[in-house]
Design a protein around this ligand. Structure first.
Ligand code: CDT
Length: 311
């Protein structure tokens, strides 16, 4: 048996601070058209794919950053992407900054949506693991203010039926946490889609700068294998507003093997024929959860946030 889903990982090069959303959307539509020509039914775009990575600049007032968020989805700028998806019969994952008013209160999330081949939104994810800091830290070469500009996602790690499979979403820093993959796999997720913006320079621990590419693949290859899922990880790459962002977008098989990888730092499409039934090679054998997991022994994982050393 095979259940083939051809997936595209649509890496974007840098987006300038002055670049319009309409321009970013036009770049994404060009990649979507290329993906359709290569037989893709699903394309994954990066995290915060409509704008530059704005958390690198400090603003004292949150209202000063509101222009970077989307209050509606789709909206006038993104509707052409939804129209292209419907016209081409290609669904997509898209990361963007979400501004929403719920019960009279304003909320800001780092969000991803899953859109099916008819252009309908079938899933939403709000980033759980927010890296960086809350206050201005001028000693850094650039800021990473996700903790200031976003609330912790309140939707959990949902899995969604679509594309004849079970699809999961995560965003950037989530890929470094094993819990992300496991919670998705426990819902039967067969594909984890993830967009990222990863600076090559990590100001608090610069001695790890040369390991950015290694750590990127290390955690995702392990996550794919240990959970028997395809991982499609897509960068916003290149030199963006004084910050070098990691590329190396990739598609990883459930065996943990990288089967496709971007070779540039710019707009680039990589594709792979992902057989969703290959997840069974792992899920029905070495990581057969129902047979081999011992949740009683893992209670600490949800019982505590930080470590509890022995007395
Ligand atoms: N966007 C994002 O989550 N980036 C982080 C940078 C970590 S350093 C603050 C990442 O994990 O790649």
């Amino acid at each position: 048996m095979t259940r083939m889903l051809t997936i595209g990982a649509a890496q974007l090069g840098p987006i300038a601070r002055t670049e319009s959303r309409a321009s970013a959307v036009a770049r994404m539509i060009a990649l979507l058209e290329k993906a359709a020509a290569r037989g893709c039914r699903l394309v994954v775009f990066p995290e915060l794919a409509l704008t530059t990575f704005f958390p690198r600049w400090y603003e004292a007032e949150l209202s000063a950053v509101d222009g970077w968020y989307e209050a509606e989805m789709p909206n006038a700028d993104t509707q052409p992407l939804f129209d292209a998806a419907k016209r081409l019969g290609v669904g997509f994952y898209l990361g963007y900054a979400e501004l929403t008013v719920e019960d009279g209160a304003t909320h800001r999330y780092n969000t991803a949506i899953l859109v099916d081949e008819t252009g309908a939104i079938i899933g939403k994810y709000r980033k759980v693991h927010l890296p960086g800091h809350r206050e201005d830290e001028p000693w850094r070469a650039f800021q990473h203010l996700e903790k200031r500009y976003f609330e912790t996602g309140n939707l959990g790690f949902g899995a969604f039926k679509g594309f004849d499979g079970v699809m999961g979403m995560a965003l950037c820093n989530d890929r470094r946490w094993p819990e992300t993959y496991r919670v998705l796999a426990l819902q039967g997720a067969e594909v984890m889609m993830l967009g990222y913006n990863t600076p090559m320079h990590y100001p608090p621990v610069p001695q790890h700068d040369h390991l950015q590419g290694f750590h990127n693949h290390l955690c995702m290859q392990a996550g794919a294998y240990q959970n028997g899922m395809w991982v499609v990880a897509v960068a916003k790459a290149g030199y963006e507003e004084g910050c070098e962002l990691l590329g190396q977008s990739c598609i990883i098989a459930p065996t943990g093997e990288i089967v496709a990888m971007a070779g540039s730092q710019g707009d680039e499409l990589i594709t792979y024929d992902c057989d969703l039934d290959r997840t069974k090679e792992i899920k029905e054998h070495i990581f057969n959860f129902a047979l081999h997991r011992e949740p009683e022994a893992y209670r600490l994982i949800t019982a505590t946030k930080g470590p509890i050393p022995p007395a």
